[in-house]
Design a protein around this ligand. Structure first.
Ligand code: ADP
Ligand code: SF4
Length: 702
């Protein structure tokens, strides 16, 4: 077993933060402090239960007082295939959930479970059961599935109450301390019953507020009666759907809460839908929920928890002191830093890895892959790879490492290798650490991304064994002259300006002297020459939309064109797409979809319809091409070409990491840096061995 080193030396903590470490009574249970990891999805669910159990266990180890599951499907008649959540359909699901509860308990936290019956949010593609809801309505899914939910009759309601109760008892058997009644985010039958948008019933479950709350009341009462003093029962509810009068609004929801204020043991208050509750930093500041959740405590004597992507400790303290919240809820801040509570407790504020609000974590759920985090590359790798956010294997040798380039990949490699104890030299061509995030954080809406560099800079400041050199654009001669045995090339990438991307895999015709720019040019300060700018987005993540936004802000007449059906289409996975398109339209950007840019001339561009190929010419003084990128690989290639000289120079290995190997997201780069650091001097994999652990479903009898 490798020796693991734990990072961080406790410091003095200002007394005003002590309030965050007061215990909170939640029904029959006591939370050890006010830090509460609210339920959050993670793309692992029933497919990766052990990896998931370890991930939650690390949160408990990091000091969270309550650690919850994601939504757990409570009955097979409502499941949300293709999304991968947890299941509690029958007794056979109990062991996987018990494993998670045990991991959470191992570190002294309370384990919470969010039981969900999605109802008309799930098309039931796996079970093929007919979805049910308050009325006959098409299912409300992200993918507009051609399926309708049927209206529940009295027997359906009785059945559902029985199924909920059965799941409650199973959850208790699995060892959970808090068993949720979930009525939030427009993601389940209870929310649908509360909302006039979905509930058009004329019986005792529809119409008046009392009637719409009836099912929530009955289910909460039954849950409480079933668990007695053994578990706490929170209700999770959405205070506003941000739809105006058509949807749930704060005043109406407060009336609902007022009716049953002291019935649950805790209120977990959110915004609906999920995309409003978990907005990216591009579209919402920290604490955007605050006006919606303030005042809830007047309606109940029970503790209230709420989220707001809170990473500012003073803000957390003020929420408690002002009587807005009793517990600080967090999903994303707990993903970016599972040890946030411990670091606050120990006064180690420089060590907090603040969430940047990019929602790459959310993309794990939307792409059905294990959760990834830009800031915390160990997320979901706790069991799969044996990585830990705060502990790392002691260096196996004392051989120094040279890292060339200080973007997210180089910085993460440097800080992680430094913590392992290796002597590290970090060489940067520029005068500041941060690479691409230095430039991207200056673009509209992306300021919080600078935290990727900030956290790592603060870590490097504490590492005497990492030396940083600026103004050092290294050549192969330089690297050979240094003779540092291990070399990681993290020199990043450059946006192409020849049109090669997803759509065109060969360069497009561009007239000589035409004004064509790439995002790299724009970020380096070059601006289009004319008045009308065409931004062609064949990257489909954020950069195309950001470029168009920037051009509009700078007063250009801006046309945004994409071969996709909508602007920044991949950002559906970060729940930003509709916010982006709205912003572009509001800024006067003309959005053209299903078009390619086929050629660029002087003052004009040729667009092609992606279906018919029919071409048209449009006036455009300048074109910003947001297409592919090329790795900055010349240093790596030069060194590889001179491999014969390595031994004499004392060099053992040269490895390209991050964008210098293959351009991708910032999350890919921090992961690549971490991986390089974690795997240095590790024994090579045996033939056929996988670089991660995986869980294989046990075969059922034939
Ligand atoms: P990644 O996302 O992979 O970390 P970035 O593009 O963010 O990559 O960062 C690359 C960094 O490498 C930039 O700060 C750049 O200035 C630096 N760099 C590029 N080439 C060299 C070089 N030859 N020597 C030193 N630093 C370099
Ligand atoms: Fe925050 Fe981004 Fe990490 Fe999600 S992926 S927790 S939004 S830094």
């Amino acid at each position: 077993m490798d020796e693991m080193l734990k990072w961080g030396v406790p410091q003095a903590r200002p007394a005003r933060y002590d309030v965050l470490f007061e215990p909170v009574k939640i029904g029959p249970k006591v939370a050890r402090n006010r830090f509460y990891q609210v339920p959050h999805c993670n793309g692992m669910g029933y497919r990766d239960p052990t990896a998931l159990a370890h991930m939650r266990g690390v949160k408990a180890e990091g000091g969270w007082a309550v650690v919850c599951t994601e939504q757990v499907e409570l009955h097979h008649t409502s499941e949300i295939t293709p999304f991968i959540e947890l299941r509690l359909w029958d007794d056979r699901d109990i062991p996987a959930l018990a494993r998670m509860a045990d991991k959470i308990h191992e570190h002294g936290a309370l384990a919470g479970i969010e039981l969900a019956y999605n109802g008309m949010n799930g098309p039931n593609l796996y079970s093929r059961e007919v979805p049910m809801g308050p009325g006959h309505l098409p299912v409300a899914t992200f993918t507009y599935d051609p399926v309708q939910a049927r209206a529940m009759d009295k027997e359906d309601i009785r059945n559902l109450r029985k199924w909920h109760l059965q799941a409650v008892l199973r959850a208790r058997q699995a060892g959970f301390d808090l068993i949720y009644v979930y009525a939030a985010h427009a993601l389940g039958f209870l929310h649908h019953f509360l909302s006039r948008r979905y509930n058009h019933r004329t019986d005792e479950y529809g119409g008046s507020i009392e009637n719409r709350v009836r099912l929530l009341r009955e289910i909460t009462e039954e849950t409480k009666a079933a668990v007695g003093d053994t578990c706490a029962v929170p209700i999770r509810i959405s205070v506003d759907e941000l739809l105006g009068e058509g949807g749930l609004e704060k005043a109406e929801v407060e009336d609902m809460i007022g009716l049953i204020g002291d019935l649950p043991d805790l209120w977990d208050v959110t915004l609906a839908g999920w995309e409003n509750d978990s907005r990216t930093s591009r579209f919402a500041e920290e604490g955007v929920q605050e006006p919606f959740i303030s005042g809830i405590k007047r309606l109940t004597t029970k503790p209230v928890v709420g989220v707001g992507r809170y990473t500012s400790v003073d803000r957390m303290v003020s929420l408690v002191n002002k009587g807005i919240l009793d517990m600080i809820g967090a999903a994303r801040p707990s993903i970016a830093d599972p040890f946030l509570p411990e670091k606050v407790f120990e006064g180690r504020f420089d060590d907090i890895r603040e969430c940047i609000g990019c929602n790459i974590c959310v993309s794990g759920d939307f792409t059905m892959s294990p959760i990834r985090c830009t800031q915390n590359p160990t997320m979901a790798e706790e069991w799969r790879k044996g990585w830990h956010p705060e502990k790392i294997r002691r260096a196996k040798t004392e051989k120094p490492v040279l890292i060339v380039g200080s973007g997210p990949a180089g910085l993460e490699a440097a800080q992680a290798l430094g913590k392992r104890g290796y002597p590290v030299t970090l060489a940067e061509a520029g005068t500041e650490l941060g690479g691409r995030v230095l430039k991207e954080a200056r673009l509209p809406g992306l300021a919080a991304w600078i935290r990727v560099a900030d956290y790592r800079k603060l870590q490097l400041n504490q590492l005497a064994n990492v030396e940083t050199y600026f103004d050092s654009r290294l050549t192969a001669d330089d690297v050979l002259a240094f003779g540092i045995p291990r070399v990681a090339i993290a020199t990043g990438s450059t946006w192409r300006a020849d049109g090669v991307g997803h759509f065109h895999t060969v360069p497009m015709p561009i007239a000589e002297g035409a004004d064509v720019l790439s995002p790299s040019d724009v970020m380096d300060g070059r601006l289009p020459k004319g008045k009308t700018v065409l931004v062609w987005d064949d990257d489909h993540y954020y950069m195309g939309g950001v470029m168009a936004e920037l051009m509009a802000e700078k007063g250009y007449e801006t046309i945004y064109a994409t071969p996709a059906s909508e602007a920044s289409t991949w950002t559906r996975n970060t729940m930003e797409q509709h916010f982006i398109q709205k912003r572009l339209l509001e800024k006067g950007v003309k959005v053209r979809t299903f078009v390619s840019v086929d050629a660029i001339g002087h003052g004009e561009a040729t667009l092609g319809c992606t279906f018919t190929g029919r071409q048209e010419k449009i006036a455009a003084d300048s074109v910003v091409l947001v297409t592919g990128r090329l790795p900055n690989e010349s240093l790596c290639l030069d060194l590889k070409a001179r491999q014969a000289e390595w031994a004499d120079a004392g060099i053992e290995s040269v490895v390209a990491i991050g964008d210098a190997l293959a351009p991708a997201t910032i999350a890919h780069a921090t992961y690549a840096g971490r991986r390089y650091a974690e795997e240095l001097d590790q024994p090579p994999l045996a033939e056929g061995e996988l670089p991660f652990k995986r869980e294989i479903t046990g075969l059922a009898p034939l």
